[in-house]
Design a protein around this ligand. Sequence first.
Ligand code: PMT
Length: 403
Amino acid sequence: MLDNKRILLIVAGGIAAVKIPDLIRRLRERGASVRCIITKSGAQFVTPLTLAALSGDKVYQDLFSLTDESDMGHIRLSREADILLVAPATADIMAKMAMGQADDLATTALLATDKPVMIAPSMNVMMWTHPATQANLITLKNRAVRVIGPGVGDLACGEVGDGRMAEVPDILAALSQFFQKRQGQGALSGFHAIVTSGPTHEPIDAVRYIANRSSGKQGHAVATALAELGASVTLISGPTHEPDPDGVTVQHVETAAQMMKAAREALPAQIVVCAAAVADWKVDSTPGKKLKKGATPPSLSLSENPDILATLSQAGPQRPALVVGFAAETDNLIENAQLKRAAKNCDWIVANDVSPGSGAFGGDSNTVHLVTAAGVESWPTLRKRAVAERLAERIAAFAERNL
Ligand code: PMT
């Protein structure tokens, strides 16, 4: 959703400004262009040089700079953007915005703009709850300023409470949602997508099970990204600590057999993404009680689990038009992924480097290659959310051409 979007990022003077370099990086990873204005006090927390290096653009600071004004006047600056984002939005800049004060470049651009404005407030809890700030907040909301956060948590001043700037992924999600809503219907609106996510647990006895280290982060992010593009999504999740994504129908399962059954029952669908780390084997016979510790350890007899990806990829009237698998590989990544694509008859495989140290299982980032009939596309290491958004965009492009 953020591809080719132009963000005018106004950085005011709060400690949360230290999160802004990361925000810029993530925005650019998603294809957005970022141009920054920084206030005098903002520059006390993060240097204009850092912002310039990360945004790949000039950073604007001074309302009365002759060079800036001839290069890019403040009116043009405020208009050549798809959205103005104030982060962190301090009590001071909110008050100025509410009053229509324009005594520096940031507030002048905010007053002169004809574009939507979003703010991410950040301040001490007493400042946030002060009637003056709350009144300003109502004024801004009444003027259609979008507000993201603040969250509750430890504040830089040592107090705990409301006032912590929204985290970078939440700001990204709010921006994505904003652009999605503005586009009216998402590109995948009208399509049903099934996504599998997380590990499966295969019981050994009444209390023990075989599992793997999948956290569900990647699969859940894919479900969210598809839903954000308007798809109706059924997420079939093994046991994870991930919250159910908003706007997605979630089926909670434990074993591969249950995941298989839920996937079949969720058909028909036009799109399937199998991101789950399904256990390849299950224990043949599982007593309904806890196995007793004896003189010798029990031996486990295993048999193969059903392959959900291969089953859904089988030709037939219910075969989804696009079936995407993930291949978790520690060696010969691309070659093995290509073999898996052929063996399972799926359309695309996301080849996932899970070698030791990659952090793919359970971590927040992923290094993947998209393997299709057309070839291999290697993506840089990205946050799982960004991997999911790229994949969802590719799926939307497929749907536009073929469905
Ligand atoms: O959950 P995270 O911590 O975020 O980690 C993400 C991930 C590393 C688990 C994910 O990105 C990933 O790579 N998922 C696939 C893991 C896997 O089981 O890979 P595989 O190469 O063993 O299986 C290939 C494909 O077949 C996968 O799409 C898998 O879902 C599917 N499969 C496998 C076995 C089986 N019985 N049924 C299946 O559908």
